[in-house]
Ligand binder design. Structure first.
Ligand code: NAI
Ligand code: MG
Length: 499
């Protein structure tokens, strides 16, 4: 089914002459239902329509899930409203915290089950779901649990109060982690939620409903409705929703912003990115290579803050790119459930097509492509880790978000030129700087128009640290104290909040 790119793919290169034996994580810990309903008011309701969710690594069907219609969404919003007006917003904050702590502990207890399911449904390597997604998701609940009864101290003299019902729409690249980013601060602040996972990755959100049951969360505080963009649009358009939190494409984010203008509904948007990862000639090259690899091949490059543009100082381009190519050839691409896999499956046929189209444009526009020899599985959606050199600022692969394992290399001579090229983008989510000089790190960080600037590291996340963008990367912050604010209203706000 899947077109594999027309570049060499004869086997994971085994440069030292040995192969890795398969080390599969067992699927037995996950028990899937044949079909799932919508989780509304603490119970499962029948959706009006259903569709089949698959494993992108094998195209194997996994389960039937609901395609919630506008009526279903309305029922969910009603349940959230009732829970908000009823027990939840009036609950003692320390009691709210208790539920969040319970959820965090349950996620830790069931981490392996969630990690396997996340890799199965989304295609990401098990070592990432196990070591990144799950620990961070639990950490977000722990972190925001701690704030639930301290809001008065977090925002002194501002009388923080919850906003009401939050509609939350999340993408497929970090399904459970994005759920945690959205639900934890909303609940800590005393809101109730209706959350929609992405259509390709609904299963971890549906398993999360069982965690809510175990935690004995009052019914209606969290409602999960599955479905595609139509379901998302129904949430955005529902009159009973007080706030929308969206993570996804810039295109849909803009459409949502247009629709909400003038309604008084609050909005935060976390959209795309085209981050510059900037390497100066005094950087430790081997360390930088690891950071570059982590920056763009982590999670198949399905990362909004991915370091997709490598800006390298001209004098070190040759040795750096050589080291990078050698490192690429050692990445193992394949079965997401194999513990040795570095790069898993592309999340969907549609995403694979987008990557292939942009890579073809890079070749047509004259950039030079490198892909290591690599054997890809027969079925499923795959893309070989790719590097483009000789990329010009005007190329589409330097401008557009590819959201795949594809790196574009550009060069610069001076810090001023690096800065100008880095900021020459419609996005502004993240950036990386590699140099031994602390003063240069600070000089760059102050001038880079990006929400997060990593220094001598990349793709590091922590619940205490705010995350979010400038320009077309969106607005509002998630994580840290900043991440609570969009879920609170304050005395100084007008009646409708600040939009
Ligand atoms: P998308 O923006 O269409 O999907 C993200 C979420 O929004 C999903 O839950 C989807 O069902 C929902 N959605 C779609 N249309 C909607 C609408 N009209 N109203 C409300 N909700 C809607 O993103 P898609 O199509 O999956 O990916 C396209 C590109 O977007 C990717 O190639 C990537 O460049 C970018 N993207 C960025 C993400 C990020 O983390 N910032 C995450 C996912 C995609
Ligand atoms: Mg879309």
């Amino acid at each position: 089914m899947t077109e594999v790119p027309a570049h060499p793919r004869p086997g994971h290169l085994a440069p030292l002459g040995f192969e890795y034996a398969a080390a599969p994580e067992s699927r037995a810990i996950v028990s899937l239902e044949d079909g799932y309903g919508l989780y509304v008011g603490g119970r499962w309701i029948e959706p009006s329509e259903t569709y089949t969710t698959i494993s992108p690594a094998s195209e194997e069907p996994l389960a039937r899930v609901g395609q919630a219609g506008a009526q279903d969404v309305d029922t969910a919003v009603g349940a959230a409203r009732e829970a908000f007006e009823g027990a939840w917003s009036a609950l003692r904050p320390a009691e709210r915290a208790k539920y969040l702590f319970r959820i965090a502990r349950l996620l830790q207890e069931r981490a392996r089950e969630f990690a396997v399911l996340e890799s199965l449904n989304g295609g990401k390597p098990i070592k990432e779901s196990r070591d990144v997604d799950l620990p961070l998701a639990a950490a977000h609940f722990f972190y925001y649990a701690g704030w639930a009864d301290k809001l008065e101290y977090a925002f002194p003299n501002r009388s923080p109060r919850p906003v009401g019902v939050a509609g939350q729409i999340i993408p497929w690249n970090f399904p459970l982690l994005m759920l945690a980013w959205k639900i934890a601060p909303a609940l800590a602040a005393g809101n109730t939620v209706v959350l929609k996972p992405a259509e390709t990755t609904p299963l971890s959100a549906l398993l999360f409903c069982d965690v809510l049951r175990q935690a004995e969360l009052p019914p209606g505080v969290v409602n999960i409705v599955t479905g595609d963009g139509r379901t998302g649009a129904a949430i955005v358009g529902n009159e009973g929703v007080d706030k929308i939190a969206f993570t996804g494409s810039t295109e849909v984010g803009k459409a949502i912003q247009r629709e909400l203008a003038g309604t008084g509904k609050r909005l935060t948007l976390e959209l795309g990115g085209k981050a510059a990862n900037i390497v100066f000639d005094d950087a430790p090259l081997d360390q930088a290579v690891e950071g570059i690899v982590n920056g763009i091949y982590f999670n198949q490059g399905h990362v909004c803050c991915a370091g997709s543009r490598l800006l390298v100082q001209e004098s070190i381009q040759q040795p750096l790119v050589e080291k990078l190519k050698r490192r690429l050839a050692t990445l193992r691409v394949g079965d997401p459930l194999d513990k040795n896999t570095d790069v898993g499956a592309i999340n969907s046929a549609a995403q694979l097509q987008k990557i292939e189209e942009l890579v073809a444009s890079g070749e047509q526009e004259g950039a030079e492509i490198y892909q290591p020899p690599c054997r890809l599985p027969e079925r499923g959606y795959w893309f070989v880790p790719t590097v483009f050199t000789g990329v010009a600022q005007s190329h589409r692969i330097a401008q557009e978000e590819i959201f795949g394992p594809v790196l574009s290399v550009l060069t610069f001579r001076t810090p001023a030129e690096a800065l100008e090229k880095a900021n020459n983008t419609a996005y502004g989510l993240s950036a990386g700087v590699w140099t031994e000089k602390g003063s240069r790190i600070l000089w760059m960080a102050q001038r880079l128009r990006a929400g997060v600037v990593w220094a001598n590291t990349f793709n590091r996340f922590d619940p205490t640290s705010p995350f979010g963008g400038y320009k077309e990367s969106g607005f509002g912050r998630e994580g840290g104290l900043h991440g609570l604010e969009p879920y609170l209203r304050f005395d100084e706000d007008g009646a409708d909040g600040d939009g």
